[in-house]
Ligand binder design. Sequence first.
Ligand SMILES: Cc1cc2nc3c(=O)[nH]c(=O)nc-3n(C[C@H](O)[C@H](O)[C@H](O)COP(=O)(O)O)c2cc1C
Length: 206
Amino acid sequence: MTDGGVVGGLAHGADADDDVPVDPLALAARWLPAPGSGVTPTMTLSTIGLDGYPAARTVLMSLFDGRRVHFHTDSRSRKAAEIAAVPRATVTLVWPELARQLVVTGDVERVTDREARDAYTARSRYLQVLAWLNDDDLAAVEADHRRTRWAAFDADCPDLDPPTTWAGYAITPVRMVFWRGAADAPSNRLRYDRTDAGWTVARAAG
Ligand SMILES: Cc1cc2nc3c(=O)[nH]c(=O)nc-3n(C[C@H](O)[C@H](O)[C@H](O)COP(=O)(O)O)c2cc1C
């Protein structure tokens, strides 16, 4: 699937496959953007729907702080209601060009107000405005009206604080699965499970 070597500053290929760190959080820190890098990869956030079916959508990974995966959303959203009912989630990140996938499952909690504010400040102007205007009422009106409302809000509010609906969450992993592909060998996974005694790790077929 990929040649060995370095892509985007990350080593991959046969040598990386032999590396089985004891601590998956340290391995995740090598795979995920460093705090403060401004890089927010997309990830599929899966929750347990209120109807019992899985629910999934794309969100930005705001931060990996070395221990938890952070994301942000609107407190009125469906996912927020689902997490309030069952505070568990899985996020899936994929880097096709690196032949990598990381799946993190864990317990979800709200971040502190300070953490949520810091994440809002780090978002682009577009995403800051979006957090204010992205509601079902505006979504229901015609496109021209949505654009007019956006332009007026953008002009009227040069400096924005997070809206009260800005909600930050962090996932504390109980399971982490690192998938690695190779052009000249089968793909494989490292599956880590958190136990009372620490992390267990097992190799599995990709
Ligand atoms: C590339 C991309 C990035 C997105 N990032 C976020 C995000 O960080 N937070 C968020 O709440 N929604 C984000 N969305 C929108 C969600 O996918 C989703 O449509 C929205 O949050 C409503 O989801 P829900 O009804 O399941 O709660 C993003 C969508 C895309 C396509």
